[in-house]
Each structure stands twice: as structure tokens, then as C-alpha cells.
Ligand binder design. Structure first.
Ligand code: DON
Length: 309
């Protein structure tokens, strides 16, 4: 791929990325600890970009639904901030953890206050705050409703079989929830929080739908007014510093865009004022982030010059 050249022809760039990704032979392995995800064919790749004119350009498997997993944490965070605002920060930090997404190690030394809302422990606290006395159905309907509004698409659903699949194997999340509870950092029963969280992670979307849902975070014209500028800046800052867990520095170095990954192989990225980007490829790297997705993001950033740095 060539370096940044203007005007940018996104169709050509995406086509080139697709070729380059398919020319490699190591797709990585899909998430093994969630049985429903372990059997997904890793050799799949799709990418979608909504540009500043509102046009959506796609390549490859951009219309194949996948499990958004931790990408859902962005939307749960936006919903929860909408409900309780800055009170959330009494219970969750805003610092990168430098540890894996499901790590327990800092939680003990930091008295049950998770480092940030994107590590699993932090996301469980966010989900607990989203519940605040309501039934899981209501909290989930709120997150799903937000995503459908942002994406302007009602055909977005939860795959309950993926949620059940994680419920059978989610020992680490169960441990995290009970540990948070022991520090009085959950208001609801751990099992209720876990059930809600597993269903939230099991939301299915295509790369096209995810790119559409990211327009507000990218501050694109069609989606202006859906979120305050301050909230956009803050969520983007968290995505940049914490969105890829212990791979966040590496992602900033290679791609230079706020991004949020999920173990389903999806990544949502925003090029502020320029584009909302979603990429999906289910094979993961050692951090649990999409391998080909990250490679494609790096190629895109290089070709467009969209890095915020
Ligand atoms: O809680 C979990 O382990 C999964 N439901 C989500 C983790 C995840 O997506 C991490 N991201 N790369």
C-alpha cells in the first residue's frame, strides 16, 4: 500500500487492503474459551467505512453478522453515562491497566475498583450501574435501543446461544463479579449482573452496521447531536488508551485511532471528523484482539493518513 495521498479513494484503498489480508496465511485462532465462537471459521474478513459525506463503503464479509463481544462495552458505557453521568467514576477508573481483559491482578491491590470501563471487571460495574434496580430485559433493551438508533437499523439482535455458551465457561467473569461484590462495588446480585453482561456481549452486528453505529463517536455530520461533544471526546480518549487492553499502546502505535476490540474479532474505530470504521476477522492475536483486523486497520491508517497523531 502507498502512504497518504489525497484525495483519498476509499474504494481502491479497501480493495487493496482486502487483497493484502487475503494474501497472508496466518489468520490467528478464534476465541477458544467461548464454545460458540471457537468454531467460527477464522479465514473471514470484512471492513466497512462511513465517510464524512455519510457514504458507506464496504469490502469482503462486511454483511456477515458476528458477535460484537467487548465492542458492546462502548455502547453500555454511553448508556450508563447517560443514566448516572460522572457518578460512575467513583466506582471505575479511567486508566489503562496494562493487563489482559480478564485479569484479576489489579483488582485486589486497588480494593475492587477496576482500572477502566473496558476491562471485564470495569464492564461488569458498568452493567451493574446500567441495571440499577431494573430487570436485565430493560437494561439490555436500552443498550440495544441505543445501538439501533445510532446505526439507524432495527435489525440488530442478541444471539442468546452465544450468551448461554459463555455462561457455561465464564468462570473468570464469575470470579470477577463475586470479587467486586466482596468490595461492595456491585449493587445487584452477581449472577444477575453476569447474565446481563453475557447477553450484552452476545449482540450480533455486521461490520456495516457497526460502522454506522460509530458515526456519532466520529462526530460525522449525519449523526451530530446524538451525543454531546464532551462525551464523544471522553469515550474516544478511553478507547484510545484502554480499548485494546494490554495491546492499547501497540494499537495506538500502529493505527493511531481510538478503537474498541472484541473477542468475536470485531474492531470499531473512529477517525474524528473523517470516518467511522468497522473491521471484522475472527482470528485473534495474543492480546485477544482481531489479528487481520488490526493489520487492516494499520494499512488503512497508513493509506489515509487518518492517525490522530
Ligand atoms: O467477558 C468476556 O470475556 C467476553 N464476553 C468479552 C471479552 C472481549 O471481547 C475482550 N476483547 N477483546
Amino acid at each position: 500500500m502507498q502512504g497518504a495521498s489525497f484525495p483519498i479513494d476509499l474504494n481502491t484503498i479497501l480493495f487493496g487492503i482486502h487483497e493484502e489480508i487475503h494474501a497472508q496465511d496466518d489468520w490467528g485462532m478464534p476465541a477458544q474459551y467461548i464454545p460458540q465462537l471457537a468454531c467460527v471459521d477464522p479465514a473471514q474478513f470484512g471492513m466497512a467505512i462511513v465517510d464524512a459525506s455519510g457514504k458507506c463503503i464496504t469490502v469482503g464479509d462486511a454483511d456477515v453478522p458476528f458477535s460484537i463481544q467487548s465492542v458492546s462495552k462502548v455502547f453500555a458505557l454511553i448508556s450508563t453515562l447517560g443514566r448516572i453521568g460522572d457518578q460512575l467514576w467513583k466506582r471505575v477508573g479511567r486508566e489503562p491497566s496494562g493487563a489482559s481483559f480478564d485479569s484479576m491482578v489489579l483488582l485486589e491491590s486497588e480494593n475492587g475498583r477496576p482500572r477502566n470501563p473496558f476491562v471485564n471487571a470495569g464492564a461488569l460495574v458498568v452493567t451493574d450501574a446500567l441495571l440499577s434496580g431494573r430487570e436485565p430485559k430493560q437494561a439490555l433493551a436500552e443498550v440495544l435501543g441505543l445501538i439501533r438508533t445510532l446505526a439507524e437499523d432495527d435489525d440488530i439482535h442478541i444471539d442468546a446461544s452465544v450468551a448461554r455458551s459463555e455462561q457455561t465457561t465464564g468462570a473468570r467473569n464469575k470470579a470477577l463479579a463475586h470479587y467486586l461484590d466482596s468490595h461492595d462495588n456491585l449493587t445487584e446480585e452477581p449472577d444477575k449482573v453476569l447474565g446481563t453482561y453475557f447477553h450484552q456481549c452476545a449482540i450480533e452486528m455486521t461490520a456495516r452496521q457497526l460502522a454506522m453505529a460509530g458515526r456519532a463517536l466520529a462526530g460525522l455530520p449525519g449523526a451530530r447531536g446524538l451525543m454531546s461533544k464532551e462525551r464523544i471526546r471522553r469515550v474516544n480518549a478511553l478507547m484510545m488508551t484502554c480499548g485494546h487492553y494490554d495491546g492499547s499502546g501497540q494499537f495506538a502505535f500502529r493505527v493511531g485511532l481510538p478503537g474498541k476490540s472484541g473477542v468475536g474479532g470485531g474492531i470499531l474505530m473512529v477517525a474524528p471528523g473523517q470516518a467511522s470504521i468497522a473491521v471484522w476477522s475472527p482470528g485473534l492475536d495474543s492480546y485477544g484482539n482481531s489479528k487481520a483486523g488490526t493489520d487492516a486497520a494499520a494499512l488503512l491508517s497508513k493509506a489515509t493518513g487518518w492517525s490522530v497523531f
